[in-house]
Ligand binder design. Structure first.
Ligand code: UAG
Ligand code: ATP
Ligand code: API
Ligand code: MG
Length: 489
């Protein structure tokens, strides 16, 4: 492809270098191959402009750098732009040419993965070839790939979107993390609609204040959605009001869902152990449905997903039928199994205060015995959430076991101590395998076990090593061993 065919490149640079052939794009000098465009991005650890000379040596045809940076001794043409991250995202979108016809993005502190998965399922149930992209990976009719980043790097993202189109996918739902929005990873995506779930404390290691974190999320409505595009907003969150105001001011068509919602109004919910009966009103019509998932928050996620599906052309009745067939996203209040007496054991991805509060509150109505929780906090991440999660666990669970969850470069015992400082009476079992076995062994009839924090993850990161570890496998094995012991004492 010629440089002049790429978006995001200033006209002046096109007139000078427009005929240059571009073979690929990257923001990592180590990935540069001959003929690549290298975008020098300022990161949290390094400044990509330091690597521009290296990129040129590796054969970069063009370097895109921030106007503020002054590069020297670089043996490739340099194009200066105000916002290299945005330029890279726009260039990537045009380089890979196509994306699914109907793309939606979901932002919010919790529920993004679930809503993306639910939207895909509702679309698929209505007959569309659909995909979801996010923390748990990429799911489409042709693939089920394990993921890593919530919102992929723009080059990776647009490559993926073009592959999905080739597979025949017409509808795709993706998560828009605050990092992804802030770092312009989605700026080249043609969005048909956007959604907001809720806002709580998260990523305070990256964003200076909650307001700044909220503002990053609002970029979806303020800068990425085209004017008049639907913005589906959960109406019952403390941050719903300012989000609705911002989306309306940005010219979006605001569609609210929830108890205070006007597009989809939640009238009534009755909980059962593993499912919920829900009554909603859409455009004057009442629908009574059974959602085959536990947890209040799944009703909220279901309504946001239904809102997105309806906003992108699925008839309300079909969207409601879709809700009745939902499967939870992997590792989200995921029922692994039960003891012989029927006490359930769940794996959940709650790794931030609000999510932990929600999941522990959600299981209380159907727990006649004790709520037992096993959790930890990740290393090299927001330290402020550690005592908050300790306090929440102690307040809402009857038995608290504090363990390790991806200590990364930190000393695991220090992380646990920071949680335990606010969790009097909690047990400390650093080895997560052991913590899960102890928890499963203590379950009695009527108890509910929640193993929180890792959800779908398949590894435990200690230092820089990722050791294979799955909460799902560990809980299943512990239940199985317990059963064998009970049968052959
Ligand atoms: C903190 C963060 O968001 N980091 C992202 C950021 O990297 P950075 O700013 O730290 O990059 P850096 O290391 O400072 O380097 C700056 C630039 O120099 C380049 N470089 C560096 C070294 C070299 O030899 N040559 C070179 O060119 C790097 O490729 C980079 O472009 O920009 C990179 C390129 O876009 C991202 O890959 C990287 O994501 C890292 C892998 C990451 O872990 N991100 C997590 C925190 C994240 O984004 N999470 C969110 C939300 C999670 C959730 O709540 O669900 C997500 O969307 O997944
Ligand atoms: N609507 C919601 N409100 C509150 N908590 C929720 C909601 N949806 C999910 N949760 C909790 O958050 C956890 C993560 O859910 P999910 O993966 O759908 O969110 P996410 O926004 O994608 O999170 P992440 O940013 O970590 O990828 C769940 O396991 C559950 O504990
Ligand atoms: N996307 C999040 C996931 C955190 C999951 C939890 N298990 C942890 O390691 O803290 C992050 O990387 O911060
Ligand atoms: Mg997610």
């Amino acid at each position: 492809m010629k440089l002049k065919e790429l978006n995001g490149i200033p006209a002046l640079a096109i007139s000078e270098f427009g005929e240059t052939t571009i073979n690929g794009l990257t923001s990592d000098s180590r990935q540069v191959k001959p003929g690549f465009l290298f975008a020098a991005l300022k990161g949290s650890k390094a400044d990509g402009s330091v690597y521009a000379a290296d990129a040129a040596k590796r054969g970069a045809a063009i370097i895109v750098a921030a106007s503020a940076s002054k590069l020297s001794n670089v043996s490739a043409p340099i194009i200066y732009v105000d916002d290299p991250r945005r330029a890279l995202a726009l260039a990537a979108a045009s380089f890979y040419r196509v994306q699914p016809d109907v793309m939606v993005a979901i932002t919010g502190t919790s529920g993004k993965t679930s809503v993306a998965s639910f939207t895909r399922q509702i679309w698929a149930n209505a007959g569309f070839a659909s995909a979801s992209i996010g923390t748990t990976g990429v799911v489409s009719p042709a693939r089920n790939d394990y993921g890593s980043l919530t919102t992929p790097d723009p080059v990776e993202l647009h490559k993926l979107l073009s592959e999905l189109v080739e597979e025949g996918v017409t509808h795709a739902a993706m998560e828009a993390s605050s990092h992804g929005l802030d770092q312009r990873r989605l700026d080249g995506v043609k969005l048909a609609a956007g959604a907001f779930t809720n806002l709580g404390r998260d990523h305070m290691d990256y964003h200076a204040t909650v307001e700044e974190y909220h503002a990053a999320k609002l970029r979806l409505f303020r800068e990425l959605l085209p004017k008049g595009a639907p913005a589906v907003i959960f109406a019952d969150d403390p941050f719903s009001k300012p989000t609705i105001a911002a989306a309306a001011e940005a010219g979006c068509k605001v569609l609210t869902v929830g108890r205070k919602g006007e597009f989809i109004t939640l009238k009534r919910v009755e909980h059962e152990r593993f499912r919920q009966h829900v009554e909603v009103q859409i455009a004057g019509e009442i629908f009574e449905i059974t959602l085959p998932l536990a947890g209040d928050f799944q009703v909220a996620n279901g309504l946001v997903a239904a809102g997105l599906a309806i906003a992108t052309g699925v008839p309300a009745a079909a969207a409601m039928r879709g809700l009745e067939r939902l499967k939870g996203a992997p590792g989200r209040l995921d029922l692994v199994g039960a003891t012989e007496e029927g006490a359930p054991a769940y794996v959940d991805y709650a790794h931030k205060p609000d999510a932990l509060e929600n999941v522990l509150t959600s299981v209380r109505p159907f727990t006649t015995g004790r709520v037992i929780v096993v959790f930890g906090c990740g290393g090299d991440r927001d330290k402020g959430k550690r005592p908050m999660m300790g306090e929440i666990a102690t307040r809402l669970a009857d038995v608290v076991i504090v363990t390790d969850d991806n200590p990364r470069s930190e000393v695991p015992a220090t992380i646990r101590a920071e949680i335990l400082a606010a969790a009097p009476g909690a047990q400390e079992i650093g080895d997560r395998h052991e913590a899960i076995r102890v928890a499963v062994a203590m379950m009695k009839s009527g108890d509910t076990l929640i193993v929180a924090g890792k959800g779908h993850e398949e590894g435990q990161t200690v230092g820089t090593v990722v050791l294979p570890f799955s909460d799902h496998t560990e809980v299943a094995q512990a239940l199985k061993d317990r059963l064998a012991r009970e049968r052959n004492p």
